[in-house]
Design a protein. Structure first.
Length: 385
């Protein structure tokens, strides 16, 4: 984040003025166009220099002592640079213009420095287009003979296990893992006689990505990645004006998480070891209690009464440790159990809804589709087929 010349750190280099002083009328003024993002030399004057930004966003690079690291500030208002301070200008926007006012008898020198400048935020991940995305459920002994195509493909394993072969190497993809196929990679997929699999596939155009950084890795999905995928699935059927931009942004975020193996945030980083130990034990008990009572109409108030904890404390506890609200966590567990019941039993959607303690079959269907992108009846039919 850029500091501004109005910040206290800039006071040693100069002062910020609301207007130019009268004596500046007699100074030599020069208008300069600033395009460079980096500089390798600095100027120093023996008298004060006044700078006014005419257009664009301009940064000033200051150096107080040789050998120190230069500092960059975004110029705000009119800047008066003190005598003896080394400085130069860079553009923080595409380009900009300044007027510099220098006393007619001022002397200046310049020094060379290692290249230094602004660090603009640009994207190196050139995600162009999402071609297709879909959710599939496959039973035991599923065999996909294989394909290759000129675009990237991502597979996320929601439940079960999938085995994929790329080249001559087999990869076992467990629940909540992800795998990327690079363009023109021939690959097959299958399940074992004892496993089924539900997974999501996204096919997309990604330019200039080194396949070795992303492809042919079984990637365990962090909470951040699961949350991003869930948001993608929830929004994929929306018709907002800019929904496509949002879906592209979510996929790009997923790719970034996959590239960065340190993406998992330590939600408990501000707790001391004793506090964290207490929270770990409490969370274990809470999660076990929820799972033991998942078939009932479990309420937040019931949990609060059982564990003598306030609603706000329970909310903070779940958010800090699981990054979800307690209600969302309970719904997720109920929906996961519902999906298993639909897959592994002959129960109807109505029976599963009653078993899991949902208020009504309509509420259950709405929540199920919101979470997985298909209704419970559509999911049951896909397994049967």
């Amino acid at each position: 984040m850029h500091k501004k010349t109005t910040s206290i750190q800039c006071a040693k280099y100069g002062d910020v003025l609301r207007s130019l002083p009268l004596q500046v009328q007699h100074y030599h003024n020069s208008k300069r166009t600033i395009k460079k993002k980096n500089v390798d030399e600095l100027f120093v004057y023996d008298r004060s220099v006044y700078v006014k930004v005419e257009s664009g966003i301009i940064g000033v690079v200051f150096l107080d002592e040789l050998g120190n690291e230069p500092e960059l500030f975004a110029i705000h208002k009119i800047l008066k640079i003190k005598p003896g301070v080394h400085f130069n200008f860079v553009s923080l926007s595409q380009s900009g213009r300044i007027t510099m006012y220098v006393h007619m008898h001022a002397n200046n020198t310049k020094i060379k420095i290692p290249v230094f400048g602004s660090k603009t935020i640009t994207s190196s991940i050139k995600l162009q287009e999402i071609y297709a995305y879909y959710y599939s459920t496959k039973g035991n002994n599923y065999q996909f003979e294989g394909e290759q195509h000129p675009y990237w493909e991502m597979t996320f394993i929601d439940t079960g296990e999938l085995i994929t072969t790329v080249g001559n190497e087999d990869y076992v993809l467990p629940t909540r893992s992800m795998f990327f196929y690079a363009p023109n990679q021939f690959h097959t997929q299958h399940t074992t006689p004892h496993s089924t699999c539900s997974y999501m596939t996204i096919m997309f155009d990604l330019k200039d990505m080194d396949p070795s950084k992303l492809a042919n890795r079984v990637i365990p999905c962090s909470k951040n990645m699961i949350q991003t995928l869930s948001t993608f699935m929830h929004l994929s059927n929306e018709n907002w004006e800019h929904i496509n931009e949002l879906l592209l942004g979510l996929l790009k975020l997923l790719i970034i998480f996959a590239l960065d193996e340190t993406n998992e945030v330590d939600m408990a980083q501000n707790l001391n070891p004793m506090q964290q130990h207490y929270e770990d034990e409490l969370m274990t008990e809470l999660v076990q209690y929820i799972k033991n009572h998942i078939h009932s109409s479990l309420t937040i108030q019931e949990i609060c009464n059982k564990f003598a904890i306030s609603r706000s404390s329970l909310q903070a506890l779940f958010k800090r440790n699981l990054n979800v609200s307690p209600k969302h966590y309970i719904n997720n567990i109920k929906l996961e159990q519902s999906k298993l019941l639909l897959k592994n039993s002959a129960r109807t959607v109505s029976e599963v809804s009653d078993m899991m303690g949902f208020a009504s079959i309509h509420y259950f269907s709405r929540k199920f589709k919101l979470e997985y992108g298909v209704s419970p009846s559509e999911y049951a039919k896909s397994i049967a087929n």
